[in-house]
Design a binder for this molecule. Sequence first.
Ligand SMILES: [Zn+2]
Ligand SMILES: [Zn+2]
Length: 368
Amino acid sequence: MPKAAICNAIGEPLEVRDIDLAPPQSGEVRVRLGASGVCHSDLSIQNGTLLVPTPVVLGHEGAGVVEETGDGVENLKPGDHVVISWVPQCGECYFCEHGQGELCETGNVSMATNGLLDGTYRFSRDGQDLGQMAASGTFAEETVVPAISAVKIDDEVPLKAAALIGCGVLTGFGAATNTADIKQGDTVAVVGCGGVGLNVIQGARYAGAERVIAIDMLPFKLDLAEQFGATDIVNAGDGDAVTKVMEMTGQRGADVAFEVIGLGPTIEQTINMTRRGGQAILVGVPKMEVMVNIPAFFGVVLQEKTIKGCWYGSSQVHTDVPKLTRLYEEGHLKLDELISREIKLDDVNDAFRAMENGEVARSVILYN
Ligand SMILES: [Zn+2]
Ligand SMILES: [Zn+2]
């Protein structure tokens, strides 16, 4: 009987209690979690920004150890250490075959239903089915996930560092190294320096950016941004961020600008601080009703700007996760520095409040 954190309804605190877990079915594995990051998207389900069916076990940024495999699972065995991907990538559909596994047809179904790939559930409570966020459900001591969601990693990588790869690092580092086309010597602007934004910053430096302008309203996040490779800091509370970026770039704008918050006004700012011919990459998850207003001629056509959405850092998880763990082991990727607080599953509601108050980049739940 694993303990898990359940979102029963929008706006209610998560309920932490023991639940039932059915064994893995064909093509599935049972994973004992070692750690799970608390990501803004978990909070976004609890507060209604992201609409999914409830009740649901939240958590989608985890790493753990395979305990049991269902029929037909050949690539994993008990004892394997894995990072859980919140987009199961089948490797066979149109998108996977075109190098866009983040848009996998199979994977995106589980995101809408909160079930496993066959539409059924493994978590239950008093006989009632419980969903699991994005076929993951990492706010639980144990979970059952599709085998294609579990990516094997070296045993030497600490699980609390590996967990962060599952969402924030794949998304942020991937936005800079996969979604965007950053050239050696580029100037990059990053609007929003939370857990994902910090990874955009370190990804941009890794991709060759010479200058990275970090923009946020919270001094502690701007300090972290410098640790992660930002060369210039703009406190958006001290005046218009677009004006600042234009001043810093000889009125040209950034070669590549990233929005990592998900608000209409900051999306527009990000597009406006992108230079003519540059790229604006939209990473933050906005509320469903957010619309963006950009003058089509003066803002886009005449300026030949590229405005590109970014889902899961355009990551091909089966190759990108091993690549990222290797970069960590070689000292090219900061993971431990992302962790603001180590907590217990029982403290998950406090972690949500700390995130809302802008006190943390990442809280990480450690399981025993
Ligand atoms: Zn996330
Ligand atoms: Zn696919």
